[in-house]
Design a protein around this ligand. Structure first.
Ligand SMILES: [Zn+2]
Length: 583
C-alpha cells in the first residue's frame, strides 16, 4: 500500500501521477533531484536508511543478473521492510511482487532496451505483479528519442544517466536521434546551453544539452497524456528509432495489457495518420463490438455509403443528400478507414465521431483488407433483404466485391461517377422504390437498443429496453419505461447511454452482465475513492457505466479506473457517482 503515489490521469498504460514528497513531483519524471540510493547489499550489510519525505529512498537491494537460477535467487532474496517514508524496491520481472513500496526499480532494464519484444515482456511481466498505484522506474536507459516509448509502455520514472554519459562521449541527442558532436555544422536546438558558437561547445555542454533535450521531450509527453493523445504521437515519434517502432507494435500484439488500460471513451480526437492506427485498441474494440454485440433491427435494405470528414456523418452535406434519396427506406451503414463499418445508430459512439484520418482517396491494401474483414463479419451476423452499395469506385468498390465473393452475395451498385451526382442519387432513390419507410419511433428505439448492445453486450438492447417510450429529440434521446419512469439518457458527445437509478436496477435484474463496484458500508457523496472499494469486476474499463453497491447504498456512475486497478489501489478516484440512494 502506498501513501505517496497517486495516479491522476491515464492514457493507455501511460499516466500522470503525483509522487507526494515534501515537494510534490508530477510523473512521469526525471528522478535525479530527489532519489536516494541506500546501495547494494553485495559489498556489505547495510543499515536500514533513516529516510524522510524529501526524497524517494531506494531500499538496500541485491541485484542478480537475468537468468539466475531460482534457488540462487531465493537464497539471496531481499526482505524489503515496511518503512514510513517514500521508498522504492529493486526488482526483476521474476522477483517483482507487492513489497509495499511506492515505486519499483527494474534492475536489469538496460538489457531489454533496444529489443522490442524483450522490452515488452520485461514491462508487462513487472507491471502485472506490482500494484497498480506504484511507480515503475527504469534506470540508466532514457534518451530524448526513446522516452515517449518508455512512458507509453507504462514507465513513470527515469533518470539523466544515459543522456549524460552519451554527452560526455560526444554524442549529441535530440528527440529524433543521436549525432556525433564533431559531425554537426550547427546546434539544432534552442536550449540555453546551445546558445554559443559550436567551436566552443564541449562535451560537458553536450551532456548538459542532452539533459535539456530529455526534459523537453518528457514535458511534451506529459502534455500528450493530459490530452489523451500519446498514441497519435508515438506512431510518428517511435519511427525515429527502430526498436521503439518494434516495441509499440509488440505492445499492440499484447492486446490484454493495453486493452485493460485504454478508456472506452474520451473527449479527444483520435488522429489516424499511419497504418499502425488500425491496430490500436480503440479501433479494434469498435470493430469487435460492431461485429459481435451490435444487431440490426431494421427490416429494410442495407445501404452502404462512404464516410464523410464531418462527424457525426449525418451532419455532413453528402450524408444529407444520401438521406434525401434514402428517405428512411434503407438502413445506412458507413464504410470507413480506419474504423471499418458504422451503422447509423452508432454514428456518435466513440470513436466513430472522434477520429480524423488523412484522406488521399487512395486505400492501402491493409486498409482495404481490414474494412473488408469487418464488413464480411458484419454481414455474416446481420441479414438484409438486399444490399445497395452507394459507394465510389476507388477502394470502396474493391472492398464490396471482395465481400460479395466471400459470402456469395450480390450487391446493387448505384454510383456513377461521384456518390452525390444527381444520377447517382436518383439511382439510389430508384433502388429503394417501393420499400416501406421506417417510423421515427422505430428509428429512435432501435438507436438506443443498438447503443445498449454495443455498450453492454450482445442482447442487452432487448433485455434492458423491451417496452419503452422515447422523449426528447435525437441525439439527446431519453428512454422511459411503460410507466413513464426514465431509465436512461443518450450522451451525444460519446454516443453512449447513462442510466438513472431505475435503469441501473433494471440492468442488475436483467440477464445482461452488470459491471459492479462493491463498496464498504457508506453512502457516497461525490466520487468513490479507491480505499472505499471492496471489489470490482475485472472487465470494468475507464469510462464504463458501473453499478455501485454496498450494504448501505445503491448507485450508478462512470468508472475512472479499470476494475483491476480499483481492486488494487489505495489512492485516487475509482468511480464517479451520478445517482445514489441509501438502502
Ligand atoms: Zn540544446
Amino acid at each position: 500500500m502506498t501513501d505517496y503515489f497517486e495516479v491522476l490521469e491515464r492514457d493507455g498504460a501511460a499516466r500522470i501521477a503525483q509522487l507526494r514528497l515534501s515537494d510534490p513531483v508530477t510523473t512521469p519524471a526525471i528522478v535525479d533531484d530527489f532519489v536516494e540510493d541506500a546501495g547494494s547489499l553485495w559489498p556489505e550489510e547495510r543499515e536500514l536508511p533513516e529516510g524522510d519525505e524529501s526524497a524517494l529512498t531506494i531500499l538496500p537491494h541485491r541485484g542478480l543478473p537475468a537468468g539466475t537460477a531460482d534457488e540462487v535467487k531465493d537464497s539471496f532474496a531481499v526482505d524489503y521492510p515496511d518503512v514510513d517514508y517514500p521508498s522504492a524496491a529493486v526488482v526483476t520481472p521474476d522477483t517483482a511482487a507487492d513489497y509495499g513500496a511506492d515505486a519499483y526499480v527494474l534492475s536489469d532494464a538496460q538489457g531489454s532496451i533496444g529489443h522490442g519484444s524483450a522490452f515488452r515482456d520485461a514491462i508487462v511481466e513487472t507491471k502485472e505483479t506490482i500494484p497498480a498505484d506504484s511507480a515503475l522506474y527504469l534506470s540508466g536507459v532514457a534518451t530524448p528519442v526513446n522516452v515517449a516509448t518508455l512512458v507509453y509502455a507504462g514507465v513513470d520514472l527515469i533518470d539523466e544517466h544515459r543522456a549524460v554519459v552519451k554527452g560526455l562521449e560526444g554524442k549529441y541527442l535530440t528527440s529524433e536521434g543521436e549525432h556525433f558532436l564533431e559531425d554537426l555544422e550547427e546546434l539544432p536546438c534552442a536550449c540555453p546551453v546551445c546558445q554559443q558558437p559550436i567551436g566552443e561547445f564541449d562535451r560537458q555542454d553536450c551532456a548538459d544539452h542532452n539533459v535539456h533535450a530529455l526534459r523537453a521531450e518528457l514535458s511534451r509527453v506529459r502534455e500528450r497524456i493530459r490530452a489523451g493523445r500519446l498514441r497519435d504521437y508515438i506512431e510518428g515519434q517511435a519511427r525515429h528509432e527502430q526498436w521503439c517502432t518494434a516495441a509499440f507494435r509488440e505492445f499492440d500484439q499484447q492486446w490484454s495489457y493495453l486493452e485493460q488500460r485504454t478508456p472506452v471513451l474520451r473527449r479527444s480526437e483520435l488522429v489516424s495518420a499511419t497504418e499502425d492506427t488500425i491496430r490500436r485498441v480503440e479501433i479494434q474494440r469498435f470493430a469487435d463490438r460492431v461485429t459481435s454485440r451490435y444487431r440490426n433491427r431494421f427490416s429494410n435494405p442495407l445501404v452502404l455509403v462512404p464516410c464523410s470528414a464531418t462527424k457525426p456523418y449525418s451532419e455532413s452535406q453528402s450524408h444529407g443528400q444520401f438521406h434525401e434519396a434514402n428517405g428512411f427506406r434503407g438502413h445506412v451503414v458507413s464504410m470507413t478507414s480506419p474504423i471499418g463499418v458504422v451503422p447509423q445508430e452508432l454514428e456518435c459512439t466513440y470513436p466513430a465521431q472522434h477520429y480524423d484520418s488523412v484522406v488521399t482517396g487512395r486505400w492501402s491494401e491493409d486498409e482495404k483488407q481490414f474494412v473488408a474483414d469487418v464488413l464480411q463479419a458484419y454481414l455474416e451476423r446481420n441479414e438484409y433483404p438486399s444490399v445497395i452499395a452507394h459507394v465510389p469506385g476507388e477502394g470502396y468498390r474493391d472492398i464490396c466485391e471482395r465481400v460479395e465473393t466471400a459470402l456469395g452475395l450480390e450487391f446493387e451498385y448505384t454510383v456513377e461517377g461521384h456518390p452525390t451526382d444527381t444520377d447517382s442519387l436518383a439511382n439510389l432513390a430508384g433502388a429503394l422504390e417501393g420499400e416501406l419507410k421506417y417510423s421515427k419511433r422505430e428509428r429512435e428505439q432501435n438507436t438506443v437498443r443498438a447503443i445498449a448492445d454495443y455498450q453492454f453486450g450482445d442482447g442487452a438492447g432487448d433485455a434492458l429496453f423491451e417496452d419503452i417510450s422515447m422523449q426528447s429529440r435525437y441525439p439527446k434521446l431519453r428512454v422511459h419505461d411503460s410507466e413513464g419512469d426514465q431509465l436512461a439518457a443518450m450522451v451525444p458527445q460519446y454516443g453512449v447511454l447513462s442510466f438513472t437509478l431505475a435503469g441501473a436496477r433494471q440492468w442488475v435484474e436483467s440477464d445482461t452482465p452488470t459491471k459492479r463496484v462493491e463498496i464498504d458500508a457508506f453512502v457516497p457523496h461525490g466520487d468513490v475513492l479507491a480505499p472505499g472499494i471492496v471489489d470490482a469486476d475485472e472487465d470494468i474499463r475507464v469510462g464504463d457505466e458501473v453499478v455501485i453497491e454496498g450494504p448501505k447504498a445503491f448507485g450508478v456512475g462512470r468508472a475512472e479506473m479499470s476494475g483491476p486497478e480499483m481492486a488494487e489501489s489505495t489512492r485516487g478516484v475509482a468511480t464517479s457517482v451520478r445517482h445514489v440512494e441509501e438502502q
